[in-house]
Design a protein around this ligand. Structure first.
Ligand code: DMJ
Length: 475
């Protein structure tokens, strides 16, 4: 009897997804051979250069490289230099001075925000505003600060909504806005960048607008202390009650703590303290003796999904940074289990059944970020070994002749023609810092959610007073 091809393909796919699930709870520990940090840092740097040089060869001056077709890609049809700005501080931290100088020159002489395009306020803030500010702080090049001021000013109309919550899109030339339905990550992941801009420029308006957006999001939390995944900036009403630590909410939680850390803003500390117990109570989930974080209804706390994914893997870093290393370590073990299922992490997993729900891998950094933080706080060599395993897999499956490519599927390992700018801002940077931690003084900086290190160069205001310093130091 002839078995139809489609049946064979389906059977194979079932086997490929079921087998790893079967051995999931017995996830192997990272290899125990000692890690040669210097050799690993050199490898990371060489691979970063492979990605950067191919960006230069095939996409110089554009937003991103498409690594399979060797073609450039611009998010909005015109370039905003996403990769050059995102990559600048990584070049500096890796000591690639000539490359960093050439990149800085490109940015200073060609980046122009006077464009009739609607941009996503959140993405442009974390990637470009954050990248320009950290680039300025690391190089002292005032031209980068002027670009940041220009950009911040053009983004300000985004906050002109009836609630103070920012519109999703703003036109860089006209200031017109659109996109009433947004989410906490987009409304609450702005204060590190806008606040730093206020401190460095002396103009308090940036801090005030971004802080209001964060506070207005927090004020709308439910009685049990959770936020949802969708909110309307005109009405202030939630459009999606699904709560999680995942995409759409993730960096809102992150900035509550980090804005306290960078600015000493007591309101941010208070908001964090009012939020984290609810997150740990309703979203954390114990399965097979493992710690995971799932989804729950923001009003009732009832579990709505047992999903966790590549984006959620930032949370151990945040837990460790805010002082809960034991919980961070347990969650990191779960993230690594997720990674080991298929030798590289999927976008989304059902942690009860250990079945992959969304099979892509977008070259995301979050799991590496958490590995770096946990190594910083524990000095446990297990995290170096974890990082080495992940980097080996990352190179094995994602390296192409012309850069690094995302995966359509971690099961089939089929590649996708995209290399987002955050790969150069974050993924490579966190791998590098894990193996070369003295490249940066961890305690002196706060990373924005795009891994741009921001340094406090101003006086901290007295408790309860978050007004920007009036005379910011200039380098
Ligand atoms: C990055 O742009 C940022 O880390 C953001 O917070 C989440 N998404 C990507 C990386 O996955």
């Amino acid at each position: 009897m002839k078995i139809p091809n489609t049946l064979l393909v389906n059977l194979l796919a079932l086997l490929l997804t079921a087998l790893p699930a079967w051995r999931a709870s017995a996830a192997a520990p990272p290899e125990s051979a000692p890690v040669d940090n210097a050799a690993m840092a050199a490898r990371v740097k060489a691979e970063f250069l492979h990605a950067w040089n191919n960006y230069k060869r095939y996409a110089w001056g554009h937003d991103e490289l498409r690594p399979l077709s060797k073609t450039p890609f611009d998010w909005y049809g015109q370039s905003l230099l996403m990769t050059p700005v995102d990559a600048l501080d990584t070049l500096v931290l890796m000591g690639l001075k000539d490359e960093a100088d050439a990149d800085r020159e490109l940015i200073a002489t060609t980046l122009d925000f006077d464009k009739d395009i609607y941009v996503k306020n959140f993405e442009i803030t974390i990637r470009l505003l954050g990248g320009l500010l950290s680039g300025y702080q690391l190089t002292g090049d005032e031209r980068l600060l002027h670009k940041a001021e220009d950009l911040g000013t053009r983004l300000l109309p985004a906050f002109d909504s009836p609630t103070g919550l920012p519109w999703e899109f703003v036109n860089l030339r006209t200031g017109k806005t659109r996109g009433a339905v947004t989410n906490p990550a987009e409304t609450g992941t702005l204060l590190l960048e806008f606040g730093t801009l206020s401190k460095l420029s002396g103009n308090p308006v940036f801090y005030a607008k971004a802080k209001r957006a964060l506070v207005e999001t927090f004020k709308r939390r439910s009685k049990i202390g959770l936020v949802g995944a969708g909110i309307n900036v005109e009405t202030g009403q939630w459009t999606d009650r699904n709560s999680s630590i995942s995409g759409g909410i993730d960096s809102y939680d992150e900035y509550l703590w980090k804005c306290w850390r960078l600015f000493g803003d007591q309101d941010c500390l208070a908001m964090w303290k009012a939020s984290i117990p609810a997150i740990n109570k309703y979203l954390a989930d114990e399965v097979r003796g493992e710690l995971w974080y799932g989804h729950a209804d923001m009003q009732t706390g009832k579990r709505t999904a047992t999903t966790y994914g590549a984006l959620d893997a930032f949370f151990p870093a945040l837990l460790a940074l805010s002082g809960d290393v034991p919980r961070a370590a347990r969650l990191q073990d779960s993230s690594f289990r997720m990674w080991q299922l298929h030798g590289i992490e999927p976008e989304e997993l059902d942690y009860r059944s250990m079945r992959v729900l969304a099979p892509g891998y977008a070259l995301r950094p979050e799991i590496v970020e958490s590995t770096y933080y946990l190594y910083h706080y524990t000095h446990d060599p297990k995290y170096l070994a974890m990082g080495r395993t992940m980097f080996d897999d990352f190179v094995r499956y994602c390296r192409t002749a012309n850069g690094y490519a995302a995966l359509e599927s971690v099961i089939t390992k089929q590649q996708r023609d995209t290399m987002q700018s955050y790969v150069l801002a974050e993924t490579f940077k966190y791998y590098y810092l894990l193996f070369q931690p003295d490249a940066l003084d961890f305690d002196a900086v706060t990373f924005n959610t795009e891994a741009h290190p921001l340094r406090r160069t101003w006086q901290v205001a007295a408790a309860g007073d978050d007004r920007p310093a009036s005379a910011p130091p200039r380098r």
